[in-house]
Design a protein around this ligand. Sequence first.
Ligand SMILES: [Fe+2]
Length: 167
Amino acid sequence: MNSDVQIAGDPLAIPHLMPPPAAHPATVAEFAGLARAVAADRAAWAHLVRYDAVTRWYHRLRTGPGYEVWLLSWVPGQGSGLHDHGRSSGVLTVLEGELTERSTGARRVLGAGAQRVFAPGYAHEVVNDSLEPAVSLHVYFPGLTEMPMHRPHCGAAARPSAEAAAL
Ligand SMILES: [Fe+2]
């Protein structure tokens, strides 16, 4: 019995028929892969990190068609408050230190390299409950345009915000 390659030919032998590699991620798996690639390229982000004890620090690291990548730092005790991400999906990746994510009925301690992927409307709170600073990377697709804050423990949006910077 002939294989597909024997019948149709080896596609790798005819590269002009292969689709070009994508310049930008387009799927959840590709956005998670982008986050892992950025995380591994420490020289691309480590020198940018600042720590601010007064307000959480954030920096837009990269943008592309339909997505953006944010770098955040968290000193011990800093947290996001309970929020969702409007119509954006996202990938949260811990780069350094340890963060705690709280969502409905769950508490997750995320160490360096841990990733969380979430869909539009997913509500969570992220806090640095540790004694050391932490750094995280956040990919949003589409780019974040709102981050409605929720009342703790009730899950209802309490203070919609057009500000896209608190993450
Ligand atoms: Fe978030």
